[in-house]
Design a protein around this ligand. Structure first.
Ligand SMILES: Cc1ncc(COP(=O)(O)O)c(C=O)c1O
Length: 375
């Protein structure tokens, strides 16, 4: 996918290390670092730079809309997935008797806003079996009171890729719920079809290869009025500076526009615009295709080691993450780190992430290091 010379040009730090931890932190390409520098240059213009910032905002939204399969006025940018989920939870104005479903493969950002003691709704958990979520287990949780279902398209925990179409079909059949999908561990890594999703949320510092400080929100026009965030601010308001502003109730913008409450994080926005352009230029399909042999080689190697693999066996449920348990996880991660091999040891498991900038040599170095550390 990336020729060796492009890899060296765009990701020079990868010449020095075996980096398999993109699910935690992506390595930004040179174009993203240049965009950050451009932000600095534009900011030095003071207020004259504002129009340049706004042009980047428009570019980021237009490119994001193409990734989400929406139009630019159906997407918004806030500061993190957690912020986006908290605002979404306010927008739903849940009442006693309402029900929300989260899954046990969700990252806390998408699950905890519904579990706060002050939220009136009852939360049900769609529990995985052998690392996979099964539609048969979801159906009994759905009913006429279900207001919202949150799922991760790809789980941060074990990399399980959800059968999204079947999930949406079940929700539409058995409940009136809105469907929220966290695509943080998928966006930029695998082709995604988000048609008929009501709320799309992603962080920006992982597979997308942008900076921290971004939360990417998508809400189709058809349900924008059902997701109007009741928050003060100005960027999220209709006519916040009108002469009559203290004599009438404030009006929030509906849908994705309501998720940016104040001045956008333009430094992140420059990076997001550049990263989306970079990933689109390389091509998500090309990334996914070129990494499939690496995923298979890595899984085959893991199967020969004394570890408990927690990613389901079926390659159809993989994206870019493979995860496994070992009693000595931290020691193993530290032994790899000594050899400049970077994986994640966290949340009770070891996690390997494989992106388009990885090579078969990275997998071989990892498997040799794991063999030395575990056997
Ligand atoms: C699926 C998923 N969602 C969200 C996040 C991060 O959320 P935030 O942008 O609020 O830090 C992570 C981080 O690992 C994640 O894996």
């Amino acid at each position: 996918m990336l020729t060796p010379s492009l890899r060296e040009r765009d990701f020079p730090s990868l010449q020095e290390m075996t980096y398999l931890n993109t699910a935690a932190e992506g390595i930004p390409p040179r174009a993203v670092l240049e965009a950050l520098q451009q932000y600095g240059d534009d900011k030095l213009l003071g207020f004259e730079g504002r129009a340049l910032h706004e042009a980047q905002w428009d570019a980021a939204k237009e490119r994001l809309a193409a990734f989400y399969g929406l139009s630019p006025d159906e997407v918004g940018i806030c500061s993190s997935s957690s912020e986006a989920y908290n605002l979404a939870a306010l927008a739903l104005r849940l009442k006693a008797g309402d029900e929300v479903i989260v899954s046990d493969l969700d990252f806390p950002a998408g699950a905890t806003p519904w579990l706060l003691p002050e939220r009136a709704a009852t939360v049900k958990v769609w529990r995985s079996r052998a690392g996979a979520l099964h539609i048969d287990d979801l159906i009994p949780l759905l009913n006429a009171r279900t207001r919202f279902l949150n799922v991760s398209l790809v789980s941060f925990l074990n990399g399980f890729k959800l059968p999204l179409r079947e999930t949406i079909e079940a929700v539409r059949k058995y409940s009136p719920a809105l469907i929220g999908v966290d695509v943080t561990q998928a966006l930029g890594r695998i082709p995604i079809d988000l048609c008929d999703v009501d709320l799309i949320i992603s962080s920006t510092h992982k597979w997308l290869l942008a900076s921290h400080g971004g939360g990417l929100v998508g809400i189709p026009k058809s349900c924008a009025d059902d997701v109007t965030v009741p928050a003060g601010g100005w960027f999220n308001m209709r006519d916040p500076f009108g002469a009559d502003r203290f004599d009438r109730p404030v009006t929030n913008l509906p849908g994705a526009a309501g998720f940016t409450v104040g001045m956008p994080n333009y430094a992140a926005v420059y990076c997001i615009a550049a990263a989306l352009e970079y990933i689109a230029g390389v091509g998500v399909e090309a990334i996914d295709e070129s990494t499939q042999p690496l995923m298979e080689a890595c899984m085959n190697g893991l199967r020969k080691l004394p570890v408990e693999i927690i990613t389901p066996d079926d390659p159809a449920s993989w994206a870019g993450i493979l995860a496994f348990r070992h009693d000595d996880a931290d020691r193993i991660a530290a032994a790899l780190r000594e050899k400049n091999v970077h994986i994640m040891s966290h949340a009770g498991r070891l996690r390997v992430s494989i992106h388009g900038y990885n090579t078969m040599q990275d997998i071989e170095v990892l498997l040799r290091g794991l063999h030395d550390a575990c056997v």
